[in-house]
Each structure stands twice: as C-alpha cells, then as structure tokens.
Design a protein around this ligand. Structure first.
Ligand code: HEM
Length: 123
C-alpha cells in the first residue's frame, strides 16, 4: 500500500488527482480558512506538503475525500465571457429625431408667441 505522501507523487504522473471538499473543515482548520480557500480549485499538493502536515492531519483528509479527477481535462485558464446581451435601440435615428424635436418644439412655440405678440401690438 502507498502512503498518502507517495500517492500524491504517483497521481501527479498519471494526471489523476484526489479531490477533497473542505467546505465543512474551513472553520476548524488549524491553519485557518484563508489558506484553504487560496488552495481550492487547483493542485494543492505543494501547498499541503510545504506546511509539513502531521500524520494525524493526513488521516483527517479521508473525511473530506470526494473522488478523483483527471487534471488534463481541466482547462488551463478560464476566461469570463459575459452573456450575450440584446442590443436595445440600435437604431440611433429615432433618438436623433427626439433630440431635434426637443429643441425645435420650444423654439417654434417661442417664435409663435413672439409673432402673436408682435401682431397684436401692431394691429
Ligand atoms: C483536507 C486537507 C487538510 C487537512 C485535513 C488539514 C489539516 C491540518 C491540521 C490538522 C493542522 C494542524 C497541524 C498538523 O496537525 O499538521 C493544519 C495546519 C495547517 N495547515 Fe492544513 N490541512 C489541510 C489542507 C491544507 C492546505 C491545502 C493548506 C495550504 C494551502 C494548509 C495549510 C496549513 C497551515 C498553514 C497550517 C498551520 C501550520 C502551523 O501553524 O504550524 N492546510 N492543517
């Protein structure tokens, strides 16, 4: 039988890695939740080994074991693509006409008022 330590080496050759769901362990992890969160979604073998976890820590891992994953199937980099948004009011013509009317209508009213005033005054 391989020890867990050896298993990590073996799996890195075959591109198969063990997956651990540490969600329920976040609050109880003696090293804190931040280190765990920073190690999620990726190969955390080096992070785990660098700390020099004790044998009891390695035994605890079994509780959080989920299964195996072939890391060659995981895309190297995921880029965020925003969902296709419908392009509202692509035709700018109506927008332009509204702006023109907003300017012309008050001008026409003003001209009309001045005209009426002028006409009534002179007559
Ligand atoms: C299921 C996975 C993990 C388990 C069960 C676990 C368990 C433990 C335990 C029991 C300790 C107390 C010290 C010991 O007994 O060795 C510990 C400490 C620690 N762990 Fe983890 N750990 C896990 C994953 C990780 C990962 C992935 C990291 C790094 C990203 C990490 C970083 C640390 C750190 C920094 C400490 C504190 C060491 C110290 O203060 O001496 N652990 N962990």
């Amino acid at each position: 039988m391989f020890e867990k330590h050896d298993l990590f080496k073996l799996v890195s050759v075959s591109f198969v890695q063990q997956v651990y769901d540490v969600t329920k362990f976040l609050e109880d992890h003696p090293g804190g939740d931040e280190v765990l969160l920073s190690a999620t979604g990726k190969d955390a073998t080096d992070d785990f080994e660098d700390v020099g976890h004790s044998d009891s820590a390695r035994d605890m891992m079994d509780q959080y074991y989920v299964g195996e994953i072939d890391i060659s199937t995981i895309p190297k980099k995921t880029t965020y693509k925003p969902p296709n948004q419908p392009h509202y009011n692509q035709d700018k013509t109506s927008e332009f006409i509204i702006k023109l009317l907003q300017f012309l209508v008050p001008l026409a009213i003003l001209c009309l008022a001045v005209g009426i005033h002028h006409y009534t005054k002179s007559s």
